[in-house]
Design a binder for this molecule. Structure first.
Ligand code: B12
Ligand code: SF4
Length: 435
């Protein structure tokens, strides 16, 4: 029987926190491989539960810290007034677990943020120490958005771009000297967590988004909006629930689209199963336009405790220019209904993009105060130039570094190139939020 090792790599950044972060793409791949009789094993460099000395303390709703190791900053980051860290288990533990796995026929690594690529490089370097001759393939966000860079720098033998397709799967099976006859099932997959007592679960009811905002890569990463069959979502829920998860985060780009035929049915079904002891979280932005009276009421009654609306700006000119996903009126309606039914202290937040258009510091301050006056927590997001997006094409003219060096996409770093005295100003904004 062929054996494939699936690996979730380390993160290198100034900040990373396990706020419901799971490598869903790897599970998709695992499911397909298992359907062809391939044995899969997982190695998670971000595992919070197998530290050599103790483990991560659980925080709100199952979130928690990763093990960290301070690293020397790459030259480009020398001016960033933060410590640069490697997040994940120790190298020795990672190597130890690799050695215990025995012979493997192929290693598949996933990737997330483009500027986390040093984590991918490091992971692959460690894998090579143990599996010198085994082929290593890389997929995921970084591999898709910076495929040339990944080809040259990641250390992987083969880079796969985009969602898993029949073509990609065929190539992987060929590497294993298998000749597939059946088609893949694009929208189905199983989850598999090799630990008991899951602190939280993750769910995804759909992939992709019908909007096309100028700063977002959703359309590239998942070109077609596609629902995941509700029986699959339900089985993901049950699997994680039975492993102890009571807090669930949704990963959808567009969770509330077609609410009545999607999320609503799922929540209704859960109610029947008597699984009311759970909380739900939406760390990704949801669309204000879909939050009607009914949607707000159902969400609040179902135990949603973290809701973040993708507002980005209250300036109508910027809203329109960046894709028109929301208007301030729609946002105000959504907040009105969410506040109305929020009887149980759910945290309602809104994303504000720092650095959109011409950075206007006093306007941003006012936006923060306006949100606070409405009982909404302002979640600041620094603009990060995401390759292949419209905004990226504009930025690359003035900042050609972003084309050569994905580290320059870092959300904390990029604004410092464009905005004088950025870190002081950013801190000031955060102070306004917290006071
Ligand atoms: C869910 C999500 C999150 C979650 C957690 C994600 C996680 N798993 O770790 C949360 C909410 C925590 C999050 C946070 C952030 N996110 Co986010 N997130 C997403 C989102 C919406 C979906 C990712 C996902 O899991 N999709 C579902 C799975 C099934 O898809 P997948 O992993 O991409 O895998 C598919 C393929 O890539 C492939 N695949 C994956 N691995 C492999 C491996 C092999 C070998 C093969 C063949 C194929 C393959 O198969 C899968 C199915 O086809 C994406 C946008 C998007 N649509 O992708 C943004 C996205 C990845 N996030 C982004 C950003 C910027 C952020 C933040 C930095 C925002 C901020 N400023 O705070 C933070 C960073 C967190 C931190 N610093 O700790 C950017 C990345 C930009 C970049 N430069 O890389 C994206 C692309 C959104 C955007 N702006 O366009 N995010
Ligand atoms: S609505 Fe959200 S997910 Fe969709 S394109 Fe815009 S930012 Fe991306």
């Amino acid at each position: 029987m062929k054996k494939v090792l699936l690996v979730n790599p380390y993160i290198y950044d100034f900040k990373a926190y396990d706020e419901w972060m799971r490598p869903l793409g790897l599970f998709r791949l695992a499911y397909e491989l298992q359907r062809f009789g391939i044995e899969v094993s997982f190695l998670d460099a971000l595992n919070r539960f197998t530290w050599e000395n103790g483990s991560s303390k659980e925080k709100a709703f199952g979130t928690g810290n990763y093990q960290v190791l301070e690293m020397e900053k790459p030259t480009i980051y020398k001016t960033v007034p933060r410590r640069y860290k490697k997040y994940g288990i120790s190298d020795s533990l990672f190597l130890d677990q690799l050695e215990k796995l025995g012979p493997i026929d192929l290693v598949a690594v996933t990737s997330k943020m483009t500027y986390w690529y040093p984590g991918v490089q490091h992971t692959i370097k460690l894998i090579r120490q143990v599996y010198k001759k085994v082929k290593i393939v890389l997929g995921g966000t970084y591999a898709t958005l910076c495929s040339d860079h990944a080809q040259e720098n990641s250390g992987a033998d083969l880079i796969f771009k985009g969602p898993i397709t029949n073509q990609i799967l065929k190539q992987i099976l060929n590497l294993l000297e298998l000749n597939p006859q059946q088609q893949i099932e694009i929208s189905k997959f199983n989850l598999h967590f090799p630990i008991e007592n899951l602190p939280y679960g993750v769910l995804c009811t759909s992939l992709g988004c019908p909007f096309k905002c100028t700063y977002c890569a959703s359309q590239i990463l998942q070109p077609d909006y596609q629902k995941i069959p509700l029986e699959t979502v339900f089985s993901h829920f049950m699997y994680q629930y039975q492993k102890g998860a009571r807090h669930f985060a949704f990963y959808d780009d567009s969770l509330l689209l077609d609410f009545e035929n999607n999320l609503f049915i799922f929540l209704k079904e859960l109610k029947k199963q008597n699984t009311c002891d759970v909380t739900f979280h939406v760390p990704n932005g949801v669309h204000a336009r879909y939050i009607t009276k009914n949607v707000a009421q159902v969400m609040m009654d179902s135990g949603f405790k973290t809701i973040r609306i993708g507002l980005e700006s209250i300036d109508p000119f910027i809203q329109k220019k960046t894709g028109g996903k929301t208007t301030t009126k729609q946002f105000e309606n959504a907040i009105f209904f969410l506040n109305k039914y929020n009887k149980d202290n759910a945290k309602i937040g809104a994303y504000l993009l720092v650095g959109l258009d011409d950075f206007n510091f006093s306007y941003l301050k006012n936006e923060i105060l306006w949100l606070k006056s409405k009982g909404v927590y302002p979640n600041l997001l620094n603009i990060s130039p995401v390759p292949s997006t419209e905004l990226y094409q504009q930025y690359v003219k003035d900042f050609p570094i972003i084309e050569k060096e994905p580290l320059a996409h870092n959300d904390l770093y990029f604004n410092s190139l464009r905005i004088s005295d950025f870190y002081t100003k950013y801190q000031e904004l955060k102070n306004i939020i917290n006071n």
